[in-house]
Structure formats: structure tokens, C-alpha cells
Ligand binder design. Structure first.
Ligand SMILES: [Zn+2]
Length: 308
């Protein structure tokens, strides 16, 4: 299974910063050690033209040259540096590459990405550019050149609402945004996705899986995707500092398997990205993500078997 990374570009953060930057290296090391089916590939940078499919040229320019508004930087939560700008571009590139690979192989991934709080003209909540949105628009443009309309479903199961993605695609009938998130979690002013599932604090495994089943059913009644982009946030886990849900390892594994099965049963290629994870213990966040990759590899293997 092809997995793309931009994680060699480490974002320099001041000591004590609350973003767990170290999780990406831990995750990559564990994938290398434990899942030999995974082929890790370095991602190319997204170009200005690709970013401009979603983002305003002024915002792209301001992030690139460091002139971005201080208020926007505060919303993003990272200090500006050249490395920050490079990494944000590469991370979008990794989701683009994962989507292309998903069309070839059925399933592929980005070891980072899922930066769903980014809007067209501003970032927020540790998100600079919206990788899933850019990849969606680019895949649609590439299909469009061959005279086909590509319908994309963004299934966002991070504990925070995918507000940027919802806003970007609000009036676009070719993209279905599904967000299942903690009602009381950031962002406090939510956007309207095509389907929002607001979950109460303390939602456990059983209620979560039931809600997911209903949501996938509704998605299917309203939309027929030709590509799924899955944001497999680790922050619904009970050990997360920010998430308010109470999902166990088993619950999150069941969640991942359900999404992978759903796409596979319908013959829809799926690219997934990591989105958030802020475990009290960073190892717990990484464990949730390793489990997601293990489920992804199983789904990928079924695609390969079907071809033989
Ligand atoms: Zn999150």
C-alpha cells in the first residue's frame, strides 16, 4: 500500500508548544517496523496552481513569503517559518499523491494531512492549507479533462468538525462532506456540512458505531462517490486531551474497518489522512493511527486479490 509522507520536514515549535509534532516520526517508524506491506514514499510539494484550486492566491502567497496576517497565524497556532510553509505544501502534496495512488490500488494514505480547519483564505486549528479540499478539486479537474465528472465524499471522523472543508464545498453538489464530531469540541461556531453528526460528550463505542452506520446509510441514499477521502482522526480516543468522546481502541478499530469495508463493498477508491490526535500519552495517539493503517492494509489487500 502506497503511503506518502512529508514528515521529514519537522515544523520548528517553541518548547512546551501543545502540538505533538513528534507523533509523525513515531508513526512512520512504527509503520516501517510493523507493516511491511506499506511502501513509504516522499511526497512532492503541491504547486501554487494546485493550491489555488481552493485557496486564494493572496493567502497562498502570504504563507509562502511569511507576510501572513498575525491574527490568522494566531488562529493557526504555529509560528511562521520557511519550514512551516514547505511542510504545509508537502502535506497537501501527500494527500494528492494518495488520491492518485488510490485510483490505481484501491487504498492509499498520507501519514499526515487531514487539515480540515483551513478555509480558502485562512488557516486555523493547526491547519494551514486544506489538503483534502485541494486534492478533491485536483482529482475532479483531472477527471474533467477526460470528460468525466468525479463525485467525491469526504468522510471526516476527526473529533473536531471539518469546518473549513464544509465551507469550501458548501455550494458544490459534486462533493459530499460528512463530519461526525463532538458537539462541544472546537470549532465553537460550526459550518454546515452536507451531513453533520454532533455527538454528546462521553459517546462510547456502541453509540458511535450506530451513529456511523446511520450516517453512511444516509450518505449512500444521497450521493454516489467515485472517490472517498477519509479523515481518520485519532482524537475521538478516550485518552485524548482535546476530544470529549470516549472511544476505546476496539471502537476506533471498528470505526476504521467499517469505513474501509463500506468503500470496498461499493468499489470506491479511498485515500486516508491522519487528521488530529492529542493523546495525554503520544504513544496512544500513534497506536490508534497504527491500527488505522493495519485496517487500511487489509482493505488494500482485498483490492489486490480481487484484481488477480
Ligand atoms: Zn481534531
Amino acid at each position: 500500500m502506497q503511503v506518502f509522507y512529508a514528515t521529514q520536514f519537522v515544523l520548528p515549535l517553541p518548547p512546551g508548544h501543545r502540538f505533538p509534532m513528534g507523533k509523525y516520526k513515531l508513526l512512520r517508524d512504527r509503520l516501517t517496523a510493523e507493516l511491511p506491506e506499506i511502501a513509504l514514499r516522499q511526497a512532492e510539494s503541491a504547486t501554487d496552481g494546485q493550491l489555488a484550486l481552493v485557496h486564494t492566491p493572496a493567502y497562498v502567497q502570504a504563507i509562502s513569503d511569511g507576510t501572513v496576517d498575525k491574527a490568522i497565524l494566531r488562529e493557526i497556532g504555529f509560528p511562521w517559518s520557511e519550514a512551516m510553509a514547505v511542510r504545509a505544501r508537502r502535506s497537501v502534496g501527500a494527500t494528492i499523491a494518495a488520491c492518485r495512488a488510490a485510483f490505481d490500488d484501491g487504498v492509499a494514505a498520507n501519514v499526515a494531512g487531514g487539515t480540515h480547519h483551513a478555509y480558502a483564505d485562512r488557516g486555523g486549528g493547526f491547519c494551514v492549507f486544506n489538503d483534502a479540499a485541494v486534492a478533491t478539486r485536483l482529482m475532479q479537474a483531472e477527471h474533467g479533462r477526460r470528460g468525466r465528472t468525479l463525485h467525491v465524499a469526504v468522510i471526516d471522523l476527526d473529533v473536531h468538525q471539518g469546518n473549513g472543508t464544509a465551507r469550501i464545498f458548501r455550494d458544490d453538489p459534486t462533493v459530499f462532506t460528512l463530519s461526525m464530531h463532538g458537539q462541544k469540541n472546537f470549532p465553537f461556531r460550526k459550518e454546515a456540512s452536507d451531513l453533520d453528526v454532533d455527538l454528546p460528550d462521553g459517546t462510547g463505542d456502541a453509540a458511535y458505531i450506530e451513529a456511523l452506520e446511520l450516517a453512511l446509510g444516509e450518505l449512500e441514499r444521497r450521493f454516489a462517490p467515485g472517490l472517498v477521502i477519509y479523515l481518520a482522526g485519532a482524537d475521538p480516543h478516550e485518552g485524548d486531551r482535546l476530544g470529549r468522546l470516549k472511544l476505546t481502541w476496539d471502537g476506533l478499530e471498528a470505526r476504521d474497518r467499517r469505513v474501509f469495508d463500506w468503500a470496498w463493498q461499493r468499489g470506491v477508491p479511498l485515500a486516508f489522512a491522519m487528521a488530529g490526535g492529542y493523546g495525554t500519552r503520544m504513544e496512544d495517539t500513534v497506536q490508534v493511527q497504527v491500527n488505522t493503517f493495519a485496517a487500511g492494509v487489509q482493505a488494500w489487500r482485498r483490492w489486490q486479490n480481487r484484481r488477480r
